[in-house]
Design a protein around this ligand. Structure first.
Ligand code: CTP
Length: 402
């Protein structure tokens, strides 16, 4: 099969230099790349740099008679599997959203039905401006994948969201976008079509009385991202969610629960499944005797909470006669991550443990560095946005159950 071909449009921002590293990574991944450099981009890097790194001619203008006869602007996008705009400046995003075609880059972007991945980079105020946010929302509605910029110190001396993500992370987005179902050819089946996937996500709340509960910091983001990735790969996804503030991903069937015991019952009702991924941060204990009425201060004597152990849903599933063929657990650890994950794999009787160090702000945060622990060994991934962790994990799962 022909390797994927990328058309890289380099816009005019200081982050343009990072496009050079991106070209290197695209080629290292076995893909080919051709570049379009905007006038603004050419203020920061030269066509020569891009030509040398891509080993391909670089295109800069619409008004080039030779190029228009040999390789027209329509052909540039037609030969590409994916168009990547990096860095996507506020100006480029605005023109894309408005359908303006006043340069080679914007004309290529208007005259194409090839998937587009835009990687914005700009000053924090420009990014946060209502106009830019409106344009990004418009583009997303039009089907363009717009990556969220990184947060941090900027070249202009300010701080906040607007930095170009690191080239390795952009490369992850490119690979994920190329793997999306929209890239599949008609007649080709999706990698998880016909598979039933059961996922738990979020925390559980264990009532103390009608107004108080025991909980943890889980946001449910990682589990929801996994549900979304599984559905996008064609799976029939049953998501059992604890109390979270997240919308249901497209195509996912969701059951909301509050307590660990309700989650265990919902998992039982959702069986059988081919694959189960237990991402929920289930409360280990509940109060043995939750009060029917609000517990009142009694002037000195402190209330005592008696705890009872909750059912272990994952371990129960591993022993069940309807055990899914692939059973994946998560492990939230604050120390000795891999040793604890190995012990958990054996204790729970699952096939894989996805272990993460939650000593920082992983719980409730947007990024995650995970280790996949199996009987065969440990595979460690670098820190990635949770949706990328989800897509990679689902690709690995699809390979394993193929
Ligand atoms: N899990 C579960 N039911 C429970 C507790 C945990 O299904 N009552 C699942 C989680 O969804 C996760 C895995 O077990 O997939 C490990 O969860 P974790 O909280 O890391 O482990 P614990 O069993 O709670 O062990 P410990 O508290 O000792 O770390």
């Amino acid at each position: 099969m022909k390797p994927p071909h990328i058309l890289l449009i380099v816009g005019g921002g200081i982050a343009a230099y990072k496009a050079c590293e991106l070209i290197r990574l695209i080629r290292k991944a076995g893909m080919t790349v051709r570049c379009v450099l905007t006038d603004g981009g050419a203020q920061f890097i030269t066509p020569m740099t891009l030509a040398a790194l891509s080993e391909n001619e670089v295109f800069t203008t619409l008004w080039d008679l030779k190029n228009e006869t040999e390789m027209g602007h329509i052909q540039l996008s037609r030969e590409a599997d994916l168009i990547v705009v990096c860095p996507a400046t506020a100006d480029l995003l605005a023109k894309m959203a408005a359908g303006i075609s006043d340069s080679l880059a914007t004309t290529v972007l208007l005259a194409t039905d090839t998937p587009v991945l835009a990687v914005p980079a700009m000053n924090v105020r420009m990014w946060q401006h209502a106009a830019t946010q409106r344009n990004v929302a418009q583009l997303r509605g039009d089907g363009v994948t717009v990556v969220d910029p990184d947060d941090g110190a900027m070249a202009c001396g300010e701080y906040g969201p607007g930095r170009l993500p690191e080239p390795v992370a952009i490369m992850g987005e490119i690979e994920a976008t190329l793997a999306l179902p929209s890239r599949m050819h008609p007649g080709q089946t999706l990698p998880l079509s016909g598979k039933r996937v059961l996922i738990t996500a979020g925390p559980t709340h264990e009532p103390i009385d009608p107004v108080r509960f025991i909980a943890n910091r889980s946001s449910g983001r990682q589990g929801f991202a996994i549900a979304e990735a599984a559905a996008a790969m064609g799976a029939d996804v049953q998501l059992i969610a604890g109390p979270v503030h997240l919308s249901t991903p497209p195509g996912v069937k969701r059951t909301d629960v509050e307590t660990a015991r309700e989650m265990a019952a919902a998992v039982d009702a959702a069986l059988p499944a081919d694959i189960a991924i237990m991402v929920a941060a289930v409360a280990d204990w509940r109060t043995a005797d939750a009060a029917d009425q609000k517990i009142k201060k009694t002037g000195g004597a402190l209330p005592v909470l008696h705890l009872a152990e909750n059912p272990d849903i994952l371990a129960g599933l591993a022993r069940d006669a309807r055990r899914p063929a692939l059973l994946v657990g998560f492990a939230a650890e604050t120390e000795n991550v891999i040793d604890h994950a190995r012990a958990k794999l054996a204790r729970k009787g699952c096939d894989w443990i996805v272990a993460n160090d939650v000593s920082g702000d992983v719980m409730g945060g947007t990024e995650n560095a995970v280790h996949i622990v199996t009987a065969q060994g440990v595979e460690s991934w670098s820190n990635l946005p949770k949706d990328q962790v989800a897509r990679r994990l689902m690709e690995k799962i699809a390979d394993a159950v193929r």
